[in-house]
Design a protein around this ligand. Structure first.
Ligand code: KIV
Length: 279
């Protein structure tokens, strides 16, 4: 069913069932008002650990904590009725062993109401994904460029070119076989993304991958032009709201300094207005 026609939020099985159908639509969100804006348009909304860079000014996602994810997850949950809420597991909250991953995934879901968690990693995380899924935690996997591993990947490079392709393909099969209900493919060549989409039974969600994926996701502040520190090639700016917001702030500052704001319509008179008139 299309996101606009739906009355209630889909669950992990519904998302999985959309494999090969109408492309899944997703964005990240970190606040209630932004979640409200996208609720009627997205199949799922991700509280990404990109929140650290986008809203907290961190230089990578590595400093994001469970507490940050829970706070933003709760805010986003208040803005969603029709889209599924998925929440990222932050760096250091799941890699140690499956038991640590279960403890933190269960906490994220219990305290935010998210319907699933997302975690980064392929073959090396398959055992953890299997452990979580068997214990009632739907998992969205994330392979290709995994930003929590930038220190070992050597930066935000395209993953899976040339002789790396087999490794990314193996990651996709490993997470699908382990029971993930979908997999994010970040910054992989389009032909490889298409091959993975054709070979695995779960929906692929592209970000810097291919229009042939089963769905797409973007960081909302990137596509609206609020995050301007850098713009990856895979980002399309659907609006340029950052400069618009700055121009509005500059106009406000100028009016305050010129005493032209507040104007007569923004201040209150001495006497209470007559009944029914505006305060
Ligand atoms: O944290 C995030 O925003 C993400 C998306 C880029 C998929 O993981």
């Amino acid at each position: 069913m299309s996101a606009t026609a739906r009355k209630t939020a889909p669950n992990a099985q519904d998302i999985r069932a959309q494999k090969g159908g109408v492309p899944l639509v997703s964005l990240t969100a970190y606040t209630t008002p932004m979640a409200r804006l996208m609720d009627g348009h997205c199949d799922f909304v991700l509280v990404g650990d990109s929140v650290g860079m986008v809203l907290h000014g961190l230089s990578s996602t590595l400093g994001v904590t469970m507490e940050m994810m829970i706070l933003h997850g709760q805010a986003v949950a208040r803005g969603l009725d029709r889209a599924m809420l998925v929440i990222d597991m932050p760096f250091g909250s799941y890699e140690e062993d499956p038991a640590q991953a279960f403890r933190n995934a269960a906490r994220l879901m219990a305290e935010t109401g998210a319907g699933a968690v997302k975690l980064e990693g392929g073959v090396e995380m398959a055992e953890t994904i299997r452990f979580l899924v068997k214990r009632g935690i739907p998992v969205m996997a994330h392979i290709g460029l995994t930003p929590q591993s930038i220190n070992t990947l050597g930066g935000y490079k395209v993953q899976g070119r040339d002789d790396q392709a087999q490794a990314v393909l193996a990651d996709a099969h490993a997470v699908a076989d382990a029971g993930a209900f979908s997999v994010v493919l970040e910054k992989v060549p389009a032909t490889l993304a298409d091959r993975i989409t054709a070979e695995v039974a779960i929906p692929t969600i592209g970000i810097g991958a291919s229009a042939g994926c089963d769905g797409q996701i973007l960081v909302v502040d990137d596509m609206l032009g609020f995050f301007t520190a850098f713009k990856p090639k895979f980002v399309k700016r659907y609006a340029d709201l950052g400069p618009l917001a700055e121009a509005a702030i500059a106009e406000y500052a100028a009016e305050v300094r010129a005493r032209s704001f507040p104007a007569a319509e923004h201040v209150f008179g001495d006497q209470a207005p007559a009944k029914g008139a505006k305060a």
